[in-house]
Ligand binder design. Sequence first.
Ligand code: DP6
Length: 325
Amino acid sequence: MKATTIAPSNIAFIKFFGKINEALRLPANNSISMCLSGALTTTTVEFSPLYKKDSIEILRDNFNEEEKRRIVEHLERIRKLAQITTFAKVVTKNSFPKSSGIASSASGFAALTLSAVKACRLNIPEKELTILTRLASGSSCRSIPDGFVEWKKSKTSENSYAYSLYSPTYWNICDVLVILEDKPKKVTTTDAHKLALTSPFYKERIMGMEEKIERLKQALKKKDFLSFGEIIETEALNMHAVMMTTNPPLFYWSEKTVKLILAIWEWRKKGLSVYFTIDAGPNVHLVCEEKNKKEVVSYLQSLNMGKIIVNKPSIGARLTNKHLF
Ligand code: DP6
């Protein structure tokens, strides 16, 4: 009863910020993302009567007690579904630093969910898998389907799922991620979501969402990169403006973040078509078309601000026979 999964992290172009139901992790708005080819989690899960308790290990890194508790809680959920009581051994590794604004919980829980489900020999269709992993971490549901993905909001658990809008090969765009800091963030996203409503601008954000999502979908459909870039950048700034005005404020940026944003605007003035988005951390994702990737990377290298990871759109979570133990 052993299975291994590779799951990508994803970058949200339309962000998930704020929940209408904490326990079920139901989002206040739909979100749209892309699976990242270069930010992957590999996880092996084995259930066996030989294990006297659940054991969880992350290679070249550490889990804190809260993270372990969340993983065990999710194993419980899956054991219940499979009607088993056997303990599990979980070994996982990331290709990028954990807790740095790259959604490690997204790739982490997507990989854990698929591996645990397969190790239990459960047969669960993709839509239901996205719902199951959503219960452990919201954004992880967007790491199950391929390519460009939408996660739907709903008042009920069974209708809040993620599905693929377009395959990874649909559009040749890149996400060039710069890791400016790799320390764990001060406030976890789970805690951040709880503060959303304390910002005077949150309601305004939600009110404009449907129209913004429609515009993004149109830009995606037409592969209109300029409109696409403009929308995702304004959306990231909108979420961070709301974050910065919560009580207490959620301030995820560092000096380097601001420096890089200003540099990107300068590059754009000079004619380079590149836009940015930022999740709950200081690190910046630069989004460009494949044809401009080299130039974007070389501009970034000249600033020498941190490790660069170049991502293409990728497939979602998939099984592999390369077990970690
Ligand atoms: C800012 O999915 O990490 O990255 O459900 O509490 O685990 P939990 O939250 P999480 O939130 C991600 C928030 C975000 C935006 C996004 O990825 O859409």
